[in-house]
Design a protein around this ligand. Sequence first.
Ligand code: GDP
Length: 304
Amino acid sequence: MFNSLSDRLTATFKNLRGKGKLSEADVDATVREIRRALLDADVAVPVVREFTASVKERALGAEVNEALNPAQQIVKIVNSQLQEILGGETRRIRMAKTGPTVIMLAGLQGAGKTTLAGKLGYWLKSQGHRPLLVASDLQRPNAVTQLQVVGERAGVPVWAPHPGTTSEFDDPTGDPVQVARDGVAQARAKLFDVVIVDTAGRLGVDQALMAQARDIRDAVDPQEVLFVIDAMIGQDAVQTAQAFNEGVDFTGVVLSKLDGDARGGAALSVASVTGKPIMFASTGEGVKDFEQFHPDRMASRILD
Ligand code: GDP
């Protein structure tokens, strides 16, 4: 992911090497190259506009560091601008002061929510927490079983409406809101300190789905609502993120499938467009293919 964006930006900076002082024309040419590279990588147009305007302003402005040559100065400005669109500082999970911390997952079907539940559970466990996964996706056939498999792989218990059934439709009482509520009650009773609630997704944004996600959110009052987005979906990422932001007012973003070879710019736009930070990145199908998202490190990785 981001390889071609990375190559393009690096090539742009190479053109500035050896220059003594940057003229306005040099800055304009560089900003134009940066704009093209961002657009070609699928970064959303308003994000590109803001990004390039800031880079230009800062490159021409007073912010000139005598210790750096012009190429280094531009790299530094682009780096900090990239960090900013990726959400600025690293954002950690907000933990509840008393009782279990509730983390709800939302996103389209196939985004990687169920897989993420296992990864997040595994990661929290490795940090000394006692997580419980809750199967509130009663929409997709086998979603409950899938979460149980994921939980087993991660060594994290799962609260499900009908443990062991192959199809959640076997359960006539399957109400995802009630399952979520019961899951949190179970966590409180059994002293689990983090509850991860998996919810249903659809192939496209759907008002019934959004209402259900809102009902679950209101029933369990989560500390975090994480919006999981497949970084491979390209331009649609921004619209989907906006719909979920309006629908469930999520608190953080998880980029999944960052191991893929998509251009990735749309995913990079999500934090900037919604004003919500990217908190985690998923980088594969395995339970350990997961990392906390650090905007500064990602910016440096792109510019490496
Ligand atoms: P959900 O419908 O949102 O719960 O999505 P799933 O967790 O079922 O994931 C959909 C598919 O994407 C599954 O085949 C996962 O194995 C795969 N997947 C999830 N996360 C990643 C990831 O970070 N990288 C890759 N390569 N595949 C992933």
